[in-house]
Design a protein around this ligand. Structure first.
Ligand code: SF4
Length: 269
């Protein structure tokens, strides 16, 4: 662990039904995405990419909560990519172990060996995904869930537009033919603010990305830009993510199976 990165406390918060209002809202938004995009059809064992941040933890808690409740039960496996410089490096390993133990979900840990000298978001996220895909397949999972939400989709849409002139957002479900896995994004209809409030209420809101690159990344700058636009157009963020879902998947579908499509092109997600 990098000396400048604080280790989170190891106490284990448990978020499970019966939910408060926030939990009900979040579960309903996850169910809507799962049904709309047929995410769990035929899935009996599902891997969850677990950085330990609010998004991936909310996803894990919610998937655990809905399994067998109004849908067929499925087994869960959490996969974490550890390393001195990863997006979840601010979260202690013991914390993740205790969360997974409390949910009775096995935790697999893979190691990234990135150093400060080789750090940049595109390569970093490609490496992380390769590690996650390999670990998921080894664990017998051909579907892997990521915690991307609708704000990620809005940012990705703008980044792809500005970088490459492509109107392409994050796909809710994409078959990675080259890698033999399917990615699903059950939080794609959920606003980040709801996840933030849910995480705060259930006590697992932690600052995870302490990476020096993350503080100045294009994604962060794009988010700042959307905040500026919202001053004049209050619904801009929602409209961008909706447009990404409605019109932004054609290009990504054509790139199906490539790492760029999974990443939403050059994004750090
Ligand atoms: S912010 Fe970018 S470079 Fe830093 S850990 Fe996350 S993906 Fe990697």
């Amino acid at each position: 662990m990098h000396p400048d990165i604080p280790i989170a406390k190891t106490s284990s918060p448990l978020a499970q039904p019966p939910w408060c209002g926030l939990g009900k809202k979040l579960e309903s938004s996850l169910r809507k995405a799962v049904y709309t995009y047929d995410m769990l059809h035929g899935v009996d064992k599902l891997a969850v990419a677990l950085s330990g941040g609010k998004d991936s933890l909310s996803l894990l808690y919610m998937l655990k909560a809905v399994s067998g409740r109004g849908m067929p039960p499925f087994e869960l496996v959490a996969i974490n990519v550890a390393g001195e410089f990863t997006c979840g490096a601010g979260v202690g390993q013991k914390f993740l172990e205790s969360v997974c133990a409390s949910l009775n979900v096995p935790l697999i840990t893979c190691e990234s060996h990135r150093t400060l000298e080789t750090l940049e978001c595109y390569g970093c996220s490609r490496e992380r995904r390769s590690l996650l895909f390999a670990a998921a397949k080894e664990a017998g999972c051909t579907t892997i869930a990521f915690g991307h939400h609708s704000d990620d989709n809005a940012q990705t849409l703008l980044m792809n537009l500005f970088h490459k002139g492509e109107f392409a957002g994050l796909l809710p479900k994409i078959k990675m033919v080259d890698y033999g896995v399917t990615i699903i994004r059950p939080l794609i209809l959920t606003e980040e603010q709801l996840i933030k409030e849910f995480a705060k209420t259930y006590g697992f809101s932690r600052i995870t990305c302490q990476c020096p690159v993350g503080q100045t990344s294009k994604r962060k700058k794009t988010d700042d830009l959307i905040k500026d636009i919202e001053e004049h157009f209050p619904h801009a963020r929602t409209n961008l993510s909706q447009a990404a879902l409605l019109y932004g998947s054609q290009k990504a579908n054509h790139a199906g199976g490539s790492m760029a499509a999974a990443n939403g092109s050059s994004t750090s997600t």
